[in-house]
Design a protein around this ligand. Structure first.
Ligand code: ASP
Length: 314
């Protein structure tokens, strides 16, 4: 008997200002609509998460694709991962600078390569060899982010701290920052689940710094026997806890995704004073949406429901 599809997306977890709420909600709604169209066409969960992520990578509201945060050198450097819960195949790219939609390259790695990861120029070369057009890094940079980086670096040097890149020693600085990474989890008609996460990482990161988002089991995971998960937030604590896999394992042990998502956020806070958000979905269509930040943009589609929000914590 066919399964009823479900799709959940997020567009980052932080103290999203009131003025940015509408853009975030519109972005996650559009992404959910694109992923849902794929599922309605009979597409796989993988297709659905890929299509949802592409919409958010193309939307400058989010820290993914064009419009992402800039690294210390003023460049966009992107990480993405996609995983198929039915085969455990995954594809990831890290530190790519010339791909508009890193998730497309990640999907190609998943489907056409025996490997799981390609990074930097090697990833770009793999993408080009597989028919994905490369762009210039400048095509991914927008004036808003140039101004944001300048302001951040000026503030950091005024504070006498010129090296605030992604290091836990500077946790208070990160608490102030935005986290607009995007993610999606889906269940298709055949009962398969998939997950994907895509990011520009953290503002002013050191060139070459890889966050949690593209790391298997940290920012993203999918296994039909446990759950599909995508996380967002300050990446270093999330990767130290291998948080997506931590959450999926608890679902496999019989806990409900709704409860596990909240527990994952408690664990992140209590163990490493980390902050962020998570979406979690199992192969029965049970899901959890949780964050320990003031807000997280999310949207949900199922045969019964079509919802989006920015505050919910269950
Ligand atoms: N987790 C991402 C990173 O640290 C950032 C985010 O979620 O916004 O690269």
């Amino acid at each position: 008997m066919p399964t009823n599809p479900v799709l959940v997306v997020h567009g980052g977890a932080w103290d999203i200002p009131d003025a940015m709420v509408e853009a975030h909600l519109a972005g996650v709604r559009n992404a959910a609509a694109a992923g849902w169209r794929a599922l309605e066409r009979g597409g796989s969960a993988l297709d659905a998460v890929e299509e949802a992520i592409v919409i958010m990578e193309d939307d400058e509201t989010f820290d993914a694709g064009r419009g992402s945060f800039l690294n210390r050198d003023g460049k966009v450097q992107l990480d993405a991962f996609i995983m198929d819960g039915s085969t455990l195949r995954g594809g990831g790219v890290g530190c790519v600078e010339r791909l508009r939609n890193p998730v497309r390259a990640a999907r190609k790695i998943l489907s056409d390569s025996p490997h799981v990861y390609f990074v930097a120029e090697g990833a770009e070369r793999f993408a080009a060899e597989h028919g994905i057009a490369l762009c210039r890094n400048e095509d991914l940079v927008i004036p808003r982010e140039v101004a944001r980086l300048r302001q951040y670096q000026a503030q950091a040097s005024a504070d006498g701290n010129s090296n605030t890149d992604g290091n836990d020693l500077f946790a208070p600085a990160h608490d102030m920052l935005s986290h607009d990474t995007v993610g999606a989890v889906a269940l298709d008609r055949n009962g398969n689940i998939a997950a994907s996460t895509s990011t520009g990482g953290t503002l002013n990161k050191a060139p070459g710094r890889l966050g949690d988002s593209s790391l298997i089991g940290c920012g993203c995971y999918a296994d039909n026997q446990s759950a599909a998960a995508s996380t967002t937030g300050w990446g270093e604590p999330i990767m130290k806890l291998v948080l997506a896999k931590w959450a999926a394992d608890r679902v496999a042990s019989g806990s409900l995704p709704e409860w596990v998502a909240k527990e994952a956020m408690n664990y992140l806070k209590q163990r490493l004073n980390g902050h962020g958000g998570i979406i979690l979905l199992d192969a029965q269509g049970r899901y959890g949406i949780a964050h320990n930040t003031p807000r997280m943009a999310w949207a949900l589609r199922s045969t019964q429901k079509q919802e989006a929000g920015i505050q919910r914590n269950s």
